[in-house]
Write a protein that binds this ligand. Structure first.
Ligand SMILES: C=CC1=C(C)c2cc3[nH]c(cc4nc(cc5[nH]c(cc1n2)c(C)c5CCC(=O)O)C(CCC(=O)O)=C4C)c(C)c3C=C
Ligand SMILES: [Fe+2]
Ligand SMILES: [Fe+2]
Length: 357
């Protein structure tokens, strides 16, 4: 044992003298409080991002400042009161917990981990500054969105580069593009699913993902491959490997395989449409109607575009869609909670870090 202990001691001293690898975990962001003013501030920053509302800057400014933010802020502020806790917004505190658990699992001599929000606080600028001051040799940026979208992962890349390009020395920066196929991401969802399935049996399994304007999928389509039909997105090929819709269908298939669910009882759909333009389909509202019309009484719902409980899951899926389903005669609408900071998910993030070191 003695030589081994000595070796470890030397090894850890060697590590102490080496530059660390920086890790930046980034989630979407949330208002600072449920006050209408804070929600308005959040919505303005979020929706003024040209990757989120991808229209020219002047019409975007008019749309956001004169229409969406003023009308949506009071309504959204009220919605946020339904999920706010003593620790604030779940999206934020679950990301803090994830970061803290990750820190526990990584060697502190090798890694410095920071977390940030794409919009509002803590900002990406603050997180990057901490890593820059620590003189890290490399930065691994993990956007906490499993499926790639220009509006989320793409926007994080944009923001990180906007800041890093002002530095004299830019270390190596690696971005994790998506992690839909990571076995531990899938296993974490399967564990959550099993916990629900042990207690209850269901007539149908609904996978509801955040929606996107169809236009944004078309813009990213290689050789016009993505026509937003079931034919293109139901397959995952090198042509549509970055198509958000196809990555969502793939996520469903892989979780369903792990759980051994009957595929004829599984539906994939998209929620949270904003504005009048067509968003990717099928819409979750339409699927709820179809399931109820077919006589489904008990539905188990997964939201695997989100890694933490948030407004979109807890309130929109867990409360509003539940009410709609019950009004149509449904009896049970059980939402699988999100990954938050459960161990298998932390192990997934740890593995993403180590693979990219
Ligand atoms: C899966 C990741 C997400 C994608 C893709 C995405 C695209 C996208 N979102 C909007 C508009 C809104 N989204 C809102 C909330 C929200 N969105 C995501 C994730 C994705 N968005 C999350 C995690 C949340 C919840 C944040 C929280 O604090 O809990 C909202 C604000 C909420 C509201 O006022 O109702 C808006 C607005 C667009 C336009 C878009 C793609 C173009
Ligand atoms: Fe969103
Ligand atoms: Fe596609």
């Amino acid at each position: 044992m003695v030589p081994y202990a000595g070796y470890c001691h030397t090894f850890s001293l060697m590590n102490k003298n080496k530059a660390k690898t920086g890790v930046l975990l980034v989630n979407l962001g949330t208002p600072d409080s449920t006050a209408t003013g804070d929600v308005r501030k959040y919505l303005r920053e979020f929706l003024m991002d040209g990757r989120v509302i991808d229209i020219p800057a002047i019409p975007r400014w008019l749309l956001v400042h004169l229409i969406i933010a003023p009308f949506r802020a009071p309504k959204s502020a009220h919605e946020y009161t339904k999920l706010w806790t003593e620790r604030g917004s779940p999206l934020l505190f679950h990301t803090v917990d994830l970061k803290e658990k990750l820190v526990q699992k990584l060697d502190p001599n090798l890694y410095q981990v920071e977390m940030a929000m794409r919009y509002q606080s803590p900002s990406i600028a603050e997180g990057l500054e901490k890593l820059n001051k620590a003189n890290v040799k490399k930065i691994i940026v993990i956007s906490l969105f499993p499926q790639y979208a220009s509006a989320t992962n793409g926007s994080v890349v944009d923001k990180v580069m906007e800041i890093a390009r002002t530095w004299q020395i830019i270390p190596n920066i690696t971005f994790v593009n998506n992690f839909v196929e990571h076995p531990l991401f899938l296993e974490a969802w399967a564990e959550l699913g099993r916990e629900m399935l042990e207690k209850e049996s269901y007539d149908a399994y609904l996978f509801s993902y955040h929606g996107l304007p169809e236009r944004q999928i078309r813009k990213g389509s290689v050789d016009g491959y993505c026509q937003l039909s079931d034919k293109c997105c139901a397959q995952y090929t090198k042509k549509n490997q970055f198509c958000y819709r196809s990555q969502c269908f793939l996520t469903t298939r892989l979780i369903v395989e792990k759980l051994g669910l009957p595929t004829d009882k599984v539906v994939t759909c998209f929620q949270s449409r904003l504005g009048k333009d067509p968003w990717i389909q099928p819409y979750t509202e339409d699927m709820i109607k179809q399931l109820a019309a077919k006589g489904a009484k008990k539905v188990l719902v997964f939201s695997p575009a989100f890694v933490a409980d948030c407004l979109e899951t807890t309130v929109e899926v867990g409360q509003e869609y539940k009410e709609q389903f019950e009004e149509l005669g449904g009896e049970r609408w059980d939402l699988v909670p999100s990954l938050n900071s459960r161990d298998t998910w932390v192990d997934c993030v740890k593995d993403l870090v180590e693979q990219n070191t």
